[in-house]
Design a protein around this ligand. Structure first.
Ligand code: ISE
Length: 343
C-alpha cells in the first residue's frame, strides 16, 4: 500500500511540529500539501520536503485529488468550514482542538458526519495517547481500585501568549481535563462551577489566574482542577484518581532524581506541553495514520477521540465560561447521543 498523502493546514507552532513528525517519525504517510494563511511560510516548508506542494486556499487543499487525508492545525474559527469540506470530499481528518468554537456548530458537524455513516473526524485530544494516562485508564478498567470517586487535577503553564484571556483558561486549557475526565470515567460531565481566587500578582491585568474548576459527572463523581497558566516555573500537569480501594497519580514528572552538592535533591520539569506530551502526539499520529489506511475496509478512519468528544468538550466549556461570569454552578446542556444514530 502506498503512503498516505496528507495535507497539513496551518503551519504555526503545532502544525509545523506535525509536519516534522509526519516526515521524520511516522510510517505509512507523507506530507503532500501544506497550507497556511502566511503563504510564504507554507512555501518554505513545502520546499524542504520531497514531493510536497504549498496550496494557498485551504479548501482547495482539502479538495485536491492527490490528498488522501487532512490535519487541521488552523485557528479554531476556521474549523467548521474546513471540517464540513472534509466531510463533503470524504477525507479523513485529524482536527486539533477545538472541534469548532461553539456548541451549535460542533453539534452540526457531529450530525453531518453521522449522516455519512462513516467515521472521518478525529479530534486532537492527545493526552489519551500519553503512556501515563493510558496506564491510569487501564488501572481503572482493571477494577483493582474499585469504583473511582474523585479526580484531582493540576494544570500549570509557565506562561501564555498576551492574547490569553480568562475564558481561554477554560476553552484552551481546562478543555484537556474535560476530555480526560470523560476518558477516564467514561461518562458525561453534567455541571461545572468556576471559582476565581485572588489573582496572582504575576498574572497580566484582567486575567483571572489561577482558577479552580469544580465538575460533577452523570453518576455524581466529583472533579476539581487547579488552572494556573502564568506560574513562571514550568509545565506541570498532574492527575490523581481517588477510588474506593486506593488512589493513583500521574504527572509527577520527576524524571531522573539527583542529589546536588548544595544538599538539595531534584529532577527536571518539562518546559512546555510539546515536550511533556511529545510521545503522546507521536503515538496519536501513528495510530491515526494506521486507522486511516485501514479505514476503507471498516468505514472507521479514526482511532481516538471522535467528533462527539469534541462536541461534549465544547458543551462543558460553554457552561464553564458562563460560570466564570456568574460564579455559580452551571448545568451542561447536551443533546442525548441516542437521538443521533451513528454519532
Ligand atoms: C494549550 O493550547 C494546550 O493545548 C496545552 O496542552 C495546554 O496545556 C495549554 O494550557 C493550552 O494553552
Amino acid at each position: 500500500m502506498s503512503d498516505l498523502r496528507v495535507a497539513v493546514l496551518g503551519v504555526g507552532v503545532m502544525g509545523a511540529d506535525h509536519v516534522a513528525r509526519l516526515t521524520t517519525k511516522i510510517s505509512g504517510a507523507r506530507v503532500a500539501v501544506v497550507n497556511d494563511f502566511v503563504t510564504e511560510k507554507a512555501e518554505r516548508i513545502a520546499s524542504g520536503i520531497d514531493g510536497c506542494r504549498a496550496i494557498a486556499d485551504p479548501l482547495d487543499a482539502i479538495a485536491d485529488p492527490d490528498v488522501d487525508a487532512v490535519v487541521l492545525a488552523t485557528p479554531g474559527p476556521t474549523h467548521e468550514k474546513q471540517l464540513l469540506a472534509c466531510l463533503e470530499h470524504g477525507k479523513p481528518v485529524l482536527c486539533e482542538k477545538p472541534l469548532t468554537t461553539d456548541v451549535a456548530t460542533s453539534l452540526e458537524v457531529v450530525k453531518r458526519e453521522a449522516a455519512l455513516g462513516k467515521r472521518l473526524i478525529q479530534v486532537g485530544f492527545m493526552r489519551r495517547f500519553d503512556h501515563e494516562y493510558a496506564q491510569l485508564k487501564a488501572l481503572l478498567t482493571s477494577g483493582e481500585l474499585g469504583r473511582a470517586l474523585l479526580l484531582h487535577c493540576a494544570h500549570r503553564n509557565p506562561a501564555v501568549p498576551p492574547y490569553f484571556d480568562s475564558a481561554m483558561v477554560v476553552r484552551d486549557s481546562l478543555v484537556h481535563e474535560v476530555d480526560v475526565t470523560r476518558f477516564l470515567f467514561d461518562e458525561e460531565i453534567t455541571s461545572i462551577q468556576m471559582v476565581k481566587p485572588s489573582a496572582s500578582p504575576g498574572a497580566p491585568e484582567g486575567l483571572a489566574d489561577p482558577q479552580i474548576a469544580i465538575m460533577r459527572t452523570a453518576s455524581g463523581r466529583h472533579v476539581d482542577v487547579e488552572l494556573f497558566v502564568t506560574t513562571g516555573v514550568a509545565y506541570e500537569v498532574r492527575t490523581e484518581v481517588v477510588a474506593e480501594k486506593g488512589s493513583a497519580m500521574i504527572g509527577l514528572d520527576v524524571g531522573l532524581v539527583r542529589t546536588r552538592s548544595d544538599g538539595t535533591r531534584g529532577g527536571q520539569l518539562t518546559p512546555g506541553f510539546r515536550e511533556r506530551f511529545g510521545q503522546a502526539y507521536d503515538t496519536e499520529f501513528q495510530r491515526w495514520v494506521d486507522a486511516v489506511r485501514r479505514g476503507s475496509a471498516t468505514g472507521d478512519f479514526t482511532d481516538g477521540p471522535s467528533a462527539w468528544d469534541g462536541y461534549a468538550a465544547a458543551a462543558v466549556c460553554e457552561a464553564g465560561v458562563e460560570s466564570l461570569d456568574s460564579g455559580l454552578p452551571v448545568a451542561v446542556s447536551m443533546v442525548d447521543r441516542a437521538t443521533i444514530p451513528g454519532a
